[in-house]
Design a protein around this ligand. Structure first.
Ligand code: BG6
Ligand code: MG
Length: 220
């Protein structure tokens, strides 16, 4: 049986969630807005535009359209400074093992990320060639929790949504997978990701037997 395994990028494949946080924190500080790590959880998986809108809402702040564009650009410039220094050491534990196992089992693999920087990052960490389809922030019009990114991935792999399995570290992403009628696997804190069908701290906990069962499973 062939399934499609769709991976989020930031916080699932690579440890970039911390860089997004640092850059947003710096931007918020400049605006005199503080935001907590719980609020940061709400930015995970969320597009760049929506993230800035949320920060401004939390700070009860309104700015001009030009300022908005300038701040988004500034945030991305700071983020890119971190990204350009990235190498394979920033791949999260056991991600290559799981990818290689799926490839050895002839399973379809896609990326489903909100990031417009996804392709650059995959090249930096030398994982680009592991994916049969890449869907990122440049291919979608609706942000997670809308399921668009995962549905396009399924379509590109020619696998129906109920035969797709999504790995996600964000609440918005888990919700998107669930809305798409895909199996959702949360990677991270079980308290945060409780809406997922399965939750693991990281990929070291995902054994071959579990993957084999997913290949055979049906979403109920
Ligand atoms: C998601 C991240 O993967 O991509 C978010 O979890 C980020 O934090 C979003 O805002 C958009 O990323 P980028 O790289 O296009 O700003
Ligand atoms: Mg993520």
């Amino acid at each position: 049986m062939k399934k499609a395994f769709i991976f989020d990028l930031d916080g699932v494949i690579v440890d970039t969630a911390k860089y997004h946080f640092l850059a947003w924190q710096n931007l918020a500080k400049g605006l005199g807005i503080s935001f907590s790590s719980a609020q940061n959880e709400q930015l995970k998986g969320v597009s760049r535009i929506r993230s800035l809108e949320k920060i401004l809402e939390w700070g009860n702040t309104t700015i001009s359209e030009e300022e908005f564009t300038r701040l988004m650009h500034e945030k991305n410039e700071e983020y890119l400074e971190y990204i350009t220094k990235m190498d394979t050491s920033e791949i999260l534990p056991d991600v290559p093992r799981v990818l290689d196992y799926l490839i050895s089992q002839d399973q379809a693999i896609a990326l489903g990320s909100a990031s417009k920087n996804a392709r650059v990052i995959l090249e930096k960490v030398k994982l680009y060639d592991k994916f049969h389809a890449i869907v990122d922030g440049t291919n979608v019009s609706k942000a997670k929790p809308d399921p668009e990114v995962f549905l396009i991935g399924a379509q590109e792999l020619d696998v129906s949504p109920e035969n797709c399995i999504v790995f996600e570290d964000s609440v918005a992403g888990v919700q998107a997978a669930n809305v798409a009628n895909m199996i959702s696997i949360g990677i991270g804190d079980a308290k945060v990701l409780h809406e997922a069908d399965y939750i693991f701290n990281d990929f070291t906990e995902i054994k071959e037997e579990f993957i084999n069962n997913l290949v055979m499973a049906k979403k109920v």
